[in-house]
Design a protein around this ligand. Structure first.
Ligand code: SF4
Ligand code: SF4
Length: 96
C-alpha cells in the first residue's frame, strides 16, 4: 500500500553508522540496507510517523511527524475542511 506524497523524509548516509534501528522500527519497510548503511528504498510508503527519526542514534534521519499530505488529509477529515499541505499547488497533488 502506498501513501500520499512524503515531503519530509531525508537520510544523511554520511552520518549513518549501520545500526539498522530504522529498519526495525519502520512499520512500512521504507529503508533498505547495503554497504553497511541504510538507504531510502520506498519513500512513497512512508507515512511520516517519525519513528525512524526518533530512534536513529546519530540523528541521520529527518522525518517530520504530523506534517505532509497524510497529516493534512487526516486533519482535514477531523476538522471537516479541505486538506491544506499545498503539495499540488493546483496541479494534481493530494491537495491540488
Ligand atoms: S537508525 Fe540511523 S544510524 Fe542506524 S541504520 Fe538507520 S540511519 Fe543508520
Ligand atoms: S517516518 Fe515512519 S514510515 Fe516513514 S520511514 Fe520513518 S519509520 Fe518509516
Amino acid at each position: 500500500m502506498k501513501y500520499l506524497k512524503t515531503i519530509t523524509l531525508e537520510l544523511n548516509s554520511q552520518k549513518c553508522i549501520g545500526c539498522r534501528m530504522c529498519l526495525e522500527v519502520c512499520p512500512h519497510q521504507v529503508f533498505g540496507f547495503e554497504n553497511k548503511k541504510a538507504f531510502i528504498k520506498n519513500k512513497d510508503q512512508c507515512m511520516e510517523c517519525g519513528a525512524c527519526d526518533k530512534n536513529c542514534p546519530v540523528h541521520a534521519i529527518s522525518a517530520g511527524k504530523g506534517v505532509g499530505c497524510a497529516a493534512a488529509v487526516i486533519n482535514g477529515m477531523l476538522r471537516k475542511t479541505e486538506p491544506s499541505c499545498d503539495c499540488g499547488n493546483g496541479n494534481g497533488g493530494c491537495c491540488g
